[in-house]
Design a protein around this ligand. Sequence first.
Ligand SMILES: *Cc1c(COP(=O)(O)O)cnc(C)c1O
Length: 468
Amino acid sequence: MAGSEQIALLRELPAVDEMLRQPKINDLLLNHSRTEIVEAVRKVLDEMRAGILSGKIPAVDMEGIVDNVLHTVKQSAGPNLRAVINATGVILHTNLGRALLSDRARQAVARVSEGYCNLEIDLNTGKRGSRYSALEGLLTKLTGAEDALVVNNNASAVLLALGTLARGKEVIVSRGQLVEIGGSFRIPEVMAQSGARLVEVGTTNKTYPRDYEAAITEETGLLLNVHTSNYRIVGFTRETTVEELVQLGGRYSLPVMSDLGSGFLVDLSPYGLPQEPTVQETVKAGADVVTFSGDKLLGGPQAGIIVGKKHFIDKMKKNPLTRAVRIDKFTVAALEATLREYLHPDRVLQNVPTLRMLTEPLTSLHQKARQLAEIIAGKVGDMAEVAFEEGVSRVGGGAMPTADLPTGLVRVTPRNIPVERLVTSLRLGEPAVVGRVQEGSLLLDVRTLQKNDTEPLVQALLQALQSQ
Ligand SMILES: *Cc1c(COP(=O)(O)O)cnc(C)c1O
């Protein structure tokens, strides 16, 4: 039941027509349709009504309602998929779109969006070509594999590979490698979907070659190694290596597949990052098929890359599922350009944003954070306390889960509004800004800020601190 005060407030709410006569709202007709505006007015008035009834809105303020309508109209007219400034320090943030593309990759995508391209025509002969031909040569050169195929994402790459190599057969996997990769990608379920039967061997922490060997039967179709990319089993452990699986596979004429997850083409351990198996090493170890993501550590577009022995890749190309999970021209363009960056080891760490963010020196991060803290402090005055702080960034994207990347942070503690209010305003601002919250403060990690982010970030922060 609404109290008398609430009834009085509800009566104060303007009618739709009255709202439309407000000069600021009337001006919207220059750029927006009447329907759009009426819809926004109704939405805002409905929200007000609900707010009054729940006791959250204690007064009716006409100016506030008008501003709210202006904001609602602008927001519904703008794109739903919007740019976000990532101040979380999580480099491969799946919710924020994972890898950023290199300049060349972005240009390549723009080129094929603007005009026609030779996606499936061989310009030398004028005959029909393959959409994968732009990528095959680069992938085999960079990884040392005989052949390559690219599909929509690594989840579909694994599904396709299992379904082609082991449909109706048994696939042997270590119990320590039955991973779940967010969403609902779980090795046992993908296996079921592919039509292969999972045979688990060993224990969570130790699996020996003899465990695989004991499970081999007439029904076995494949030995599978899954890189536990998003977790680690530490302590008293023993995993069977790809080399050992390859030896075993050789003796029983069984193919060996390795799902690497995040596909590393360069070893970043000299930069203080954990040693991860590279694609080249895994190919060299003799794996028949290796799968990995395009938009994890490789730093390209979303894609599932399959490299390996020609005989197996040929079989996959003929599988009808390949057509269902094929990549589009934007992916071909972005991936080709990303792979070309890797042909220049001297500049790849600078040119591929994911690698650049992973390897940025601590001194540079600290310097950037100190500078940003100074700029912000200069703008926000006494609305917030601003300080430089040391902290830790994360790789994200389910990669290198144990890696702590030391970084520089800016701690912003608002004085006039609660931090939750600040965070919401930043998220709803233009551009949206996402950071981390800790004990009443907002933490901005400079590692994931891009070169043109400073100015809009500072503006957004200033606006959000002024919001009530
Ligand atoms: C991330 C990951 C996948 C799924 O890759 P997507 O490109 O996200 O589809 C599969 N396997 C492993 C081991 C992974 O780390």
